[in-house]
Write a protein that binds this ligand. Structure first.
Ligand code: PLP
Length: 222
């Protein structure tokens, strides 16, 4: 068994353990990894891949064009990259300001299904972080659902990484509350994206149903 295969099996087993009988999707985060590493993981059965940078993703997408993969943009999006993001991704998880929404709607190609979007929330109110303030979530969600070429799917967050487990758990809980509140107005939403290599079992325990995992699958980033 290769190291990659071993890490993939271990991660899926821990994920299944944490998830019990509620379904949780695994997004493999490939930033800084070569296309060959993603191809090896796809050969083991992984379909959904997350990338932080549009340019880096486009290079890999070209190299992996023979595979039927699902691509998520999970890094900060600049408005001058909206056209490429709307054209080349299946999901954008990092919607944190109004300006991006009409641009993504306008550039989503007519022949493709609507672009799936998550509103990113700065749940710990960190000064340097992307994400909207929790109080701004509802307005962004409403703007997304008003765009016919976009599909509102839910929320994403990156809680403060250095917080102690109790504080992180509290952040995940606040995200879940926000998600439930939003779902009372938008019953179609189905995705709460939170949890990374260090904390995904905790995130799942607090209601995450999509976890974004990089180093636990691919090994430490250089
Ligand atoms: C890098 C990254 C991840 C994965 O981080 P790991 O700790 O390597 O699992 C998840 N989400 C976002 C937004 C990231 O930038």
């Amino acid at each position: 068994m290769t190291d990659l295969e071993e890490r993939f099996r271990l991660t899926r087993a821990r994920l299944a353990d944490a998830a019990g009988d509620h379904p949780v999707r695994l997004l493999a985060v490939g930033k800084t990894q070569p296309a060959a590493a993603l191809r090896a993981l796809a050969a083991l059965g992984q379909r959904a891949f997350g990338e932080n940078y549009v340019q880096e993703a486009l290079v890999k997408q070209r190299e992996l064009a023979d595979l039927a993969l699902e691509w998520h943009l999970i890094g900060p999006l600049q408005s001058n990259k909206c056209k490429e993001a709307a054209t080349h991704f299946d999901w954008v998880q990092s919607i944190d300001r109004h300006k991006l929404i009409p641009l993504l709607g306008k550039f989503r190609p007519a022949e493709r299904a609507p672009l799936n979007l998550l509103v990113q929330v700065n749940i710990d109110d960190e000064a340097s972080k992307s994400g909207c303030a929790p109080a701004g979530t509802e307005a962004l969600a409403a703007a997304v659902s008003a765009e016919p070429r976009l599909r509102l799917r839910g929320l994403m967050a990156i809680p403060q990484p250095d917080a102690d487990p109790a504080r992180r758990r509290d952040a995940f809980r606040r995200m879940r509350d926000l998600f439930e509140k939003l779902r009372s107005r938008h019953p179609e939403i189905d995705t709460l994206s939170m949890g990374m290599s260090d904390d995904y079992p905790l995130a799942i325990a607090e209601g995450a149903n999509l976890v974004r995992i990089g180093s636990a699958l691919f090994g430490p980033r250089g």
